[in-house]
Ligand binder design. Sequence first.
Ligand SMILES: [Zn+2]
Length: 328
Amino acid sequence: MDSLFSDIQGHASVKSGLIHAMKTGRLHHAILMTGVAGIGKSMLARAFIQAVMCEQSTPEALVRCGSCRNCQRIAKGMHPDVIEIDESTATIKIEVIRDLQQRLSFAPYESDRRFVIIQDVHKMQDAAANCLLKTLEEPEAHTTFFLITSQVQRILPTIVSRCQVIRFAPFNFEEVAGFLESRGITPESANQTAAMAGGSLGAGLELSAGDYKTEVIEAFEKILHVSSTLDGFGIAAELKGKKSLSDPILSLLQIYLRDMLVLKLVPGAPVILRHYRPMMESRIANVSEKNIQRASLLLQEINEAFLGNVNELVAWERLVLGMHGVLF
Ligand SMILES: [Zn+2]
């Protein structure tokens, strides 16, 4: 493995694929990076751009020194030939893409290459996407696009078809827990946090940092203890407006179901959510394997619903009541 990206966790085949493409002159002009948030997509794209533009680098030996003027300016987002679009608004408007095209109509400033990174490319309105499509259809030899998204299903197929799609696989549970432990988090806490992180190191770090995690656990436990349909409606109403909790809660529930299934198939087997083992064991006799699988599918549907434009309260109700009805 090339040591170029050794400080970036995982994604070995993505790294070697990009390096190989660059060295053989076959780098695609538009690369769509997909995968859950906080998994390292942008970090890897920037590291790769550094390797291409580093003053120490040659086409035969890509290196990324991290300290030359180019490496530093790319790290700070200040290199004139690395354009990054990172809109804080809910959508990316057509004007933003038009501005970009205007900039691209000039030659690169300093080098013979230029890179464009568009964050959250799924936020493009249709008009913006169609505008970008024109640029992607008429590629310039010296410009490479990195389109970054956690919601590839929201991107127009015409855009996707113009890109090389690179999927970033989520980290497995042990990798996230191990990473958090390497950052000084206790094994017990790392274990619990990793269950919420949905395979994302970034989400794991964010959850470790503040009160967010406590809020997630409180909501998760309420969902596990729903006593009636009426109670379920009340809990869903409390959760309304806390959409940011949905990812870690869905992740925890998936692992809870996974543990239930393991216990159903192999009584006494080790589980991930050790803290909840007594509760699982008290419930396991009343739950069928089929119901556990149904609940797991329901969670996937609700995840899609949260990503789309559904009424948030309805999504929480489906989650809370659905889990209650199927599992408990
Ligand atoms: Zn450098």
